[in-house]
Design a protein around this ligand. Structure first.
Ligand code: ZN
Length: 243
């Protein structure tokens, strides 16, 4: 087979290999990355919610403490008031009244604290319910996207299998040495062994390197594989093939 015919086969092979390469990078790199990001984002939101729930619990504990303090103080007020009538001197009586006034002031401060704590809890509780709803919506979305991506992975496997079969049919007729060279380039040149030269701009279609007139003449002869000096890919002129 003439070299030009071999190159024609390689161009077709390259189309299949490019597809395979793109599917593989989607499968091995992009999708796993997307799945990882998705999981991290969700875990972060979940953790935020847990932190918030913990805060709510602390608020409730704080409120309970204040309520206990309040009950104790109220008890002290009652006790002091009970003592008032047992007191003999006016001085003792006045001192007790002062004590009662001070205890009552404490009581009203504690009452304010309890009301404030209740407000805080109400507010946090409302927010917590909203967050919980948002989180469960988020979880649903996360699971759906995860399932979609896993479906894509399965579809990619099927597509690759079909393309591999197509490829094995194409390689049958390609010269072994040329094929070996092509396969080596595919491996080291990121899935692209062939580069079309743009005849108008005289650039390599893969790396944009400018071709000399002599190089273009060499390509046109198709009596040896001509490689791009910059990106080391097999060069061809699309005009020379019915693509
Ligand atoms: Zn190049």
């Amino acid at each position: 087979m003439a070299l030009k015919d071999e190159i024609y086969k390689l161009i077709q092979l390259q189309n299949v290999d490019s597809e395979i390469y793109n599917l593989r990078s989607r499968k091995d790199s992009e999708i796993p990355k997307e799945l990882g990001n998705l999981k991290n984002d969700f875990e972060r939101r979940k953790k935020d919610f847990e932190t918030f729930s913990e805060k709510l619990k602390q608020l409730q504990v704080k409120k309970k403490e204040k309520e206990l303090d309040l009950a104790t103080k109220e008890e002290s007020v009652k006790k002091a008031q009970g003592q008032l009538f047992q007191l003999k001197s006016n001085k003792e009586y006045q001192a007790k009244l002062t004590e009662i006034a001070s205890l009552k002031a404490d009581v009203s401060l504690l009452e304010e604290d309890v009301i404030k704590a209740l407000d805080e809890i109400d507010c946090a509780d409302k927010k917590s319910k909203e967050e919980k709803q948002a989180l469960s919506a988020e979880e649903k979305k996360y699971k759906e996207t995860e399932a979609q991506l896993n479906n894509q992975l399965a579809e990619i496997d099927t597509k690759i299998k079909i393309l591999e079969e197509k490829k094995s049919n194409l390689v049958k007729d390609v010269d072994k040495h040329i094929l070996a060279k092509y396969e080596r380039l595919i491996r080291i040149r990121y899935g692209r062994a062939m580069a079309a030269v743009n005849i108008e701009t005289e650039n390599c279609g893969a790396c944009n390197m400018r071709m000399t007139a002599q190089k273009i003449n060499e390509i046109k002869m198709y009596d040896q594989l001509v490689l791009c000096e910059n990106c080391v890919r097999i060069l061809y002129l699309p005009e020379d093939f019915s693509l």
